[in-house]
Structure formats: C-alpha cells, structure tokens
Design a protein around this ligand. Structure first.
Ligand code: NCD
Length: 332
C-alpha cells in the first residue's frame, strides 16, 4: 500500500497518482482513463439494470458528513441501499458525532472503520480524506474536502458529458463562477485534463479566477485555457457550460467585499433566457448544484439545461463506484 503524505506537501502530487481508486477515492488525479471508462460503463449498467445489481448485500456503508449536503449524501445512501447494503449515517457529524466533544478526525475514522465496510466522508478541511485514509481499515470515499477535492462529483460530471457527446476528448468547457474556492471545479479540471484536445474558458471576476497551480496543471497536460470576464464570448464557444455558485462559506472577508463591489457594478454572472440563446444548439449547461441565482429557473425546460439529469446521474455513478470498490475489496 502506498504511504500517503499530507496534501500540502509537494510530493503528494505524485503519491496520489499511485493510490489506486480500487483502494480509496480521494482525489480525481488518481483516476486514469481505464478507471474512468470502467466507471462510465458500470454506471450505464447500473442505470439499465436498476434493482438487479445487489453486490453489496451484507455490507455497511458509513456516511460521515461534517458539512451540509443534499445530493451527495442522498445519492450515496440511495446507491448503497439499491445495491443491497445498509447505511449508518450522521448528516451533521460536527454537532452529532463525538467531534462535538473534541474527538479528532483520525479517532472518529478509526472507530467508524471498525463498524463499516466503506466510509463516505465530507469535511471542511482540505486534507481530511487523506488523513482519514491514513488511519482507516476500510476504503475511504471523499464526498467533498474543503476547497480541495470532490472526485465523485467530477466522475458524474464526465458521465453526463460522455452520455451527451459520446466522447471525452476535444470538449470545450466554459467554467463560470467562483473558480478559486470551488472544489468541483478543481476535480473536474483535473479529470478533463486527462483527455486530449480539451480546452477551458474560465469566466470569473479577476479575484475568483482559478489558482496558478490549476492552470499550470492544464499547461503541463499540453492543453489550452483562456481567462475572461466576458460570459457572452465564452457561451458561443462552448460545448459544455459549467456554472458554479459563490462559495461564501469558504471566502475571506476581503474576497466577500470584492464580490459585493463587483456585483454592484456588473451584476451576477448568470445564465438567463436572454443570454442562453448564445449557447450552441448542441451544447449543454451543467451545475453541480445548489444554484443560488446563477441559473434562471425559466430556462429549466431548455433542452440544453442538463443539471437535474446530471444530479440524477450521481446515483448511477456512485453505485458504480461502490460496486467497483467492493469488487476489488479495497485492494489495488
Ligand atoms: C458541491 C459541493 O459540495 O462542493 N455540491 C455538490 O456536492 N453537488 C457544489 C457546491 O456546494 O457549490
């Protein structure tokens, strides 16, 4: 088993690629193309044969959520139950688990891993899943760690893209919103950077543009990216428009002040009935959700609006992830 280091150490970048996603799901850089296609095919099977796959009978999936969640927690619980597993769960681990009494994350994981076969964890700290994996006897699945990662969201995002375009190469993705603090953006960019010909258009106010290490990653993969404040230009160019909300809970006070001033002058970056007409007919509009004003509900019936379908795909993809991990029994 590869020894995991802290996410803040330079060597983590290389180490994480050696940790098999058949062991733990921590970071989207772990996935190679083979694993990604394995999940996509499996998710299709789960969708087609819903109710028939019962690979997790007798297993227990623990859900440890230290941050709010609707889609991720419910879809993981539903996925586990549809596969025949039982779940043990706390939706507010910060208040209702021993964390409220001062127990460390490591101790909570040591204990929970003795009661379950898989642990799905969402936690506000960037390195939480990696720390959990260091002490866990069972596979850890990262369901969102601080600003750093949301790898299962990225898999369901690419499932939705593949389902529509039939390919993961040569896709032009326009990513809009808080690109500095959003973990779904980071995980998705890492995943799409694994396929040739992909391009990115980042649309955000200057102070919420993606950090340099992320754009360096794209360049190291030999791919192109552009940064702009103009949503209109990007919309007419895109195959995929990926909207994100402002991560107010992760912003510094200075960022909040800057955002207030920006929105006062330019308004909110949003897709509306007026600007969606600039999106090509064959393009799709995605959002990890929740939306808070970035997508006008009047366009929900537009054929390009695929965010509810994307959320539903989360069930099939998470069934595929659990069943694949179970088949490999947490071993690489
Ligand atoms: C995302 C998250 O938690 O990062 N939500 C989700 O899991 N679909 C996006 C967000 O909260 O903005």
């Amino acid at each position: 088993m590869v020894k995991i280091t802290s996410v803040y150490e330079e060597e983590y970048k290389n180490k994480i690629k050696q940790i098999s996603p058949h062991e733990h799901i921590l970071d989207s850089r772990q996935f190679d193309q083979g694993y990604i296609y394995e999940i996509l095919l499996n998710a299709n099977l789960m969708k087609k044969e819903m109710g028939k796959q019962k690979d997790l009978i007798g297993k227990i999936v623990a859900m440890l959520f230290y941050e709010p969640s609707t889609r991720t927690r419910f879809s993981f619980e539903s996925a586990a139950k549809r596969l025949g597993a039982e779940t043990i769960s706390t939706e507010n681990a910060k208040e209702f688990s021993s964390a409220a009494k001062g127990e460390t994350l490591e101790d909570s994981i040591r204990i929970t891993s003795g009661y379950s076969d898989f642990i799905v964890i969402r936690h506000p700290e960037d390195d939480s899943s990696v720390r959990a994996a260091m002490v866990s006897d069972v596979p850890i699945i990262n369901a969102g760690s601080g600003k750093s990662q949301h790898p299962t969201q990225a898999l369901l995002d690419v499932y939705t893209i593949y389902d529509h375009f039939g390919r993961l190469e040569n896709i032009k993705t326009c990513v809009v919103g808080d690109l500095l603090n959003g973990r779904t953006v980071r995980s998705l960019v890492y995943l799409l950077s694994k396929f040739r010909g992909n391009e990115f258009y980042f649309v955000a106010p200057k102070f919420l543009m993606p950090p340099k290490d992320l754009t360096d990653h794209i360049e190291e993969a030999g791919l192109n990216h552009t940064k702009t404040g103009s949503l209109l230009d990007a919309l007419s160019w895109a195959d995929v428009v990926y909207m994100t909300r402002t991560q107010l809970e992760r912003m510094t006070d200075t960022e909040k002040e800057e955002l207030k001033a920006y929105e006062k002058e330019y308004g909110r970056l949003a897709i509306t009935p007026e600007n969606i007409i600039n999106m090509p007919e064959k393009s799709i509009l995605l959002h990890p959700l929740p939306r808070v004003g970035e997508i006008d509900p009047r366009i929900d019936t537009d054929p390009r609006a695929r965010y509810f379908e994307q959320a539903k795909n989360g069930l099939y993809v998470r069934m595929a992830i659990l069943s694949t991990l179970n088949r490999h029994n947490g071993k690489s």
